[in-house]
Ligand binder design. Structure first.
Ligand code: GLY
Length: 293
């Protein structure tokens, strides 16, 4: 059984940008699906999907990510596989367009998490191209900042918060990946939920895989991704477990806006969000396919 799902973030996607979001989701889904159908692993599939979204300026990750209060990009990402519970994560990296590729390197290391300049060093040592941090700032982000308009943290006015993917491969392995520029106007060095295992993502071959999006501080407080997996452990369907987690977010924390995608080990997909929009899509041998913006 093979399945993959991707999201382009919870937020408030303006009507005119929804086609661009939908197209990005379709391309990412196709990239991940192709890996799976060519007998690639769930890890490779989520990586392929997230790299697509990191490269597209419509999404808040990689190129085109949100700018912090000093006007530059700091990226966070996390990757997990469900067989041995291996993890690779980076935080506040400034000179790599695809932080999820650095996560892939760390996934194979004894450590699980590198931040800042040392995450950049790990990338360089692995031969991942280092880019000029200014090259990650998209024209839209620059224009938005130069307009001087106040930008709500979760409402980029351009896109939404964070991208992610979950997958199940033919061997029964699951994986999860999440990548973000974080909240708009965040202070330098601020890290949200996205690179934190159990908060922004989680994967366990016994139950399934999850990627979350939304207010990072809130998602971290309830360990959102692990909480969704716990729903599967308790016998909930992925849709029920997704809803239970987002409802808990609202109940327990004041800035509780967000959403998640969740895949179980049978290839069943679920998603839920309480923000005005969340773009996502799925393909599963069991559940068919679809895109929502
Ligand atoms: N969910 C992304 C962040 O808060 O950084």
């Amino acid at each position: 059984m093979q399945a993959i799902a991707v999201h382009g973030g919870a937020g408030r996607i303006p009507e005119e940008l929804r086609p661009e979001h939908g197209e990005g989701i379709r391309i990412a889904l196709q990239a991940g699906r192709q890996v799976l159908t060519q007998e690639g692993s769930a890890v490779e599939a989520v990586m392929a999907a997230v790299v697509v979204l990191e490269d597209l300026p419509a999404f808040n990750a990689g190129y085109g990510a949100a700018l912090n209060s000093e006007g530059y990009v700091e990226l966070d990402a996390g990757l997990m596989e469900g067989r041995a519970l291996e993890i690779g994560a980076v935080a506040a990296i400034r000179d790599v367009q695809n932080p999820i590729r650095v996560c892939r390197v760390i996934l194979q290391a004894p450590q699980i998490f590198f931040s800042g300049a040392d995450a950049s060093r790990v990338a360089r040592e692995a031969g991942i191209e280092s880019v000029d941090p200014d090259s990650l700032i998209s024209p839209r982000r620059l224009k938005q900042r130069q307009s001087g308009a106040s930008i709500p943290a979760l409402d980029s006015g351009l896109a939404a918060d964070t991208v992610g993917a979950v997958a199940l491969d033919e061997k029964g392995d699951v994986a999860s990946a999440t990548s973000t520029g974080g909240m708009n106007d965040k202070p330098p060095g601020r890290v949200g939920d996205s690179p934190l295992p159990g908060c922004g993502y989680y994967a366990d071959n016994k139950w399934g895989a999850c990627s979350t999006t939304g207010w990072g501080e809130s998602l971290a407080r309830i360990l959102a991704a692990r909480r969704a997996i716990e729903g599967l452990e308790r016998g909930l369907s992925p849709s029920q477990a997704a809803r239970m987690t987002v409802d808990l977010l609202k109940e327990r924390v004041s800035e509780g806006e967000g959403g998640l995608i969740l895949l179980d080990c049978q290839g069943c997909f679920g998603a839920y969000f309480n923000s005005p929009t969340m773009s996502y899509g799925w393909w599963s041998e069991r559940d068919g396919e679809g895109v929502n913006t």
